[in-house]
Design a protein around this ligand. Structure first.
Ligand code: FA5
Ligand code: MG
Length: 434
């Protein structure tokens, strides 16, 4: 039950206007490489680790309460990405050095918050979830890439029909009480609001505190369950409770605002930003009476931790050695493979007279290969097997993929390894090399 939304950009797409009909101007700075990334749609492959993580997080929010909204097109208006969210006209995030502009009026969304106003506007449910690709001009290294993925969540309440603030607060508190308790340990919390992280003018302290509690308990529970399940799958994991901390933050579209960090394998990792939604957002959404909260989470960083993926660039890999490692619904440890080119060499031999192919085990060769070449062999597979029609001798041929995790191998060193494997085979199994 994914709803196709129709904000201005997405609607234009449905009408069939060509995506590449961009009117360029002096603001245009989207490169061809970035343009290509916008067509990759990693989240539409359910077996991609980012989709697996998205679906696990989605499953923690009841569907009748949180609509799953789909915004496949990263092209949004400057209004959606910035103005509707209260970004000041001179906010640094708007600059051409940080943001990809299609033209003066349209950008590649820099965050899924670009869909907050539309999501708060249209859904019949009190909550929504969005997962999508986002783009920021940035350096490229192990943890940064100009395209990544975020998830947005939002939850609202309306005071309509309420006779007092007290009754309204009690309603929000009742919803908070329904959230399953998490087993995590909060090692650092923040005040509900204070001078450095103020509540909004016009919002009562009681409402602000009630929203804060619902927000924090909802997110603590989701994070707790995600990490708990991972630890369950790892028999060596200790059963210490997961440690998290709340930190004051600032966003133009929430106040007060926070970030959550989780302690994982010796480091504090920033998971998401969140806060009590600015009334201006609800005004833009045509529901000025509502109050609520919003959260925005980066999927890559969490996926890197959970799947043990060491480099953010791997998410964009089209190599089957990456993609074939993952299964929908399962968080398994990623097995690294080399990004350096491999070289195939065949090892062919006649078995000793009277030995059948079944009596020679693949593992016999594997052991020799491991002994001789260690980590420099990526794969060994039997590619040919036949019996000579006259002599009845049996022949086997194995194909060995030589490959290093760290560097390109030289032909000379591969030749030495291959000779070594062949000689050892001859000595140990009395085979005749071909
Ligand atoms: C935002 O993008 C806000 N829209 C989040 C938000 C939503 C706040 C709703 C309040 C309410 P920020 O730029 O900090 O905030 O990014 C949010 C998350 O995206 C970060 O916590 C991080 O997990 C991830 N993230 C940010 N930049 C990168 C990057 N370059 N590479 C990978 N992940 C990133
Ligand atoms: Mg941040």
């Amino acid at each position: 039950t994914t709803r196709q939304l129709s904000n201005s950009t997405q609607a234009r797409n449905e009408e069939g206007k060509r995506e590449d009909s961009i009117e360029k101007d002096e603001w245009t700075n989207v490169t061809a490489t970035i343009e290509r990334l916008t067509h990759r749609k990693l989240l539409s492959n359910p077996a991609h680790p980012l989709s697996i993580l998205r679906d696990i997080i989605f499953s923690k929010f009841p569907e009748r309460e949180y609509t799953r909204a789909n915004f496949p097109n990263p092209r949004v208006s400057v209004y959606e990405n910035f103005d509707s969210l209260n970004f000041a006209p001179d906010h640094i995030g708007r600059s051409k050095t940080d943001t990809y502009y299609l033209n003066k009026h349209e950008v590649l969304r820099t965050h899924t918050s670009a869909h907050q106003v539309e999501s708060f506007r249209v859904h019949p449910t009190p909550g929504f979830l969005v997962a999508a690709d986002v783009y920021r001009r940035d350096e490229i290294d192990r943890t940064h890439y100009p395209a990544f993925h975020q998830m947005e969540g939002g939850r609202w309440w309306s005071p309509e029909g309420m006779s007092s603030v007290k009754e309204f607060v009690a309603k929000i508190e009742a919803d908070t009480a329904k959230i399953p308790v998490s087993g995590i340990k909060i090692v650092d919390d923040t005040l509900p609001f204070h001078d450095g992280n103020p509540r909004q003018d016009g919002q009562s302290p009681e409402v602000c505190i009630a929203l804060t509690n619902h927000l924090k308990r909802s997110l603590e529970r989701v994070v707790g369950e995600i990490f708990e399940n991972i630890a369950d799958g790892d028999p060596s994991a200790t059963k210490e409770p997961l440690q998290i901390r709340w930190i004051d933050a600032t966003f133009p579209f929430t106040s007060p605002s926070w970030e959550m960090e989780v302690y994982w394998q010796g480091d504090w990792l920033e998971l998401f930003g969140c806060g009590v939604t600015q009334q201006r957002v609800f005004e833009q959404a045509g529901h000025p009476e509502r109050v609520g909260w919003a959260v925005g989470l980066g999927l890559e960083r969490l996926a890197m931790v959970l799947f043990g993926i060491p480099d953010i660039r791997l998410f964009w890999s089209e190599d089957p050695r990456f993609l074939e490692q993952f299964t929908p619904g399962v968080v398994n440890a990623f097995k690294p493979f080399s990004k350096y080119p491999g070289t195939y060499r065949d090892v062919a031999f006649w078995l000793k007279d009277g030995t059948t192919p079944e009596q020679f085990h693949d593992n016999d060769l594997m052991d020799i290969v491991r002994e001789v070449a260690g980590d420099l062999v990526e794969n060994v597979s039997l590619i040919d097997k036949f019996t000579h029609p006259k002599t009845k001798r049996n022949s086997l041929c194995y194909r060995v993929l030589f490959q290093s995790m760290e560097r390109t191998l030289y032909n000379d060193e591969i030749n030495v390894l291959q000779d070594n494997i062949r000689e050892t085979l001859k000595i140990k199994f009395g085979v005749e090399l071909r």
